[in-house]
Design a protein around this ligand. Sequence first.
Ligand code: DX5
Ligand code: ZN
Length: 224
Amino acid sequence: MAHQVRISPSILAADMLNLGAELESVSNADFIHYDVMDGDFVPNISFGPGLLSAVKRGTDLMVDVHMMVSNPDEVYRDYLEAGADILTFHMETAKHAHRIVDEIHRYGRRAAVAVNPGTAISSLDAIIDHLDMVLVMSVNPGFSGQQFIEHTFTQLYKLTALCRSHAVRPLIEIDGGVSAKNAAQVVAAGADVLVGGSAVFGAPDHARAVEEMREAGMRGLAMR
Ligand code: DX5
Ligand code: ZN
């Protein structure tokens, strides 16, 4: 992949009436972040697999699907069938995490696990060897436009230490309250993929907001 710091604009913050144009406006990004919310695991309802098929038709970028659902074991196949390139489920919800990861890999896709701000990084110990990416939530999931939780830095230090101790290097994605203002800091602390919802789609020029986040992130790489 071209960039060492990857930007994943979250279409939760996009204008749904103009989704095709919104996707085109961030074609300089690396991934498209697709938030699935079920109104049970998180207090909001967003998109399902149907819209994902449409999004796949509207972008050439890899689609990074973040399932915030209580029953990932029952629904993950729907998102693989709809074309998820990277599929993330929450550690707090999976009954059989290894089985989901194996199945994602059988489809030839990338597997990721997410942890909420209140979830211990040590809960990833048994699965970390098998993951392509770990998503660290930097807000309590459910909404775009929330404030970044500072405890995320502790989560990142613990996660990078866990990865080192297992001699693995999954991508680390940060989701929630990330912008060009804190991108350098989160990348310096270990993040490789930055999700941007309001920071990208709330900006007047989306492509420029992507570039600004990436440039700030690159400065963080130099601080590692
Ligand atoms: C929050 C979602 C995020 C959200 C990020 O629960 O998982 O992906 O869209 O939005 P911002 O970047 O505005 O915090
Ligand atoms: Zn998300």
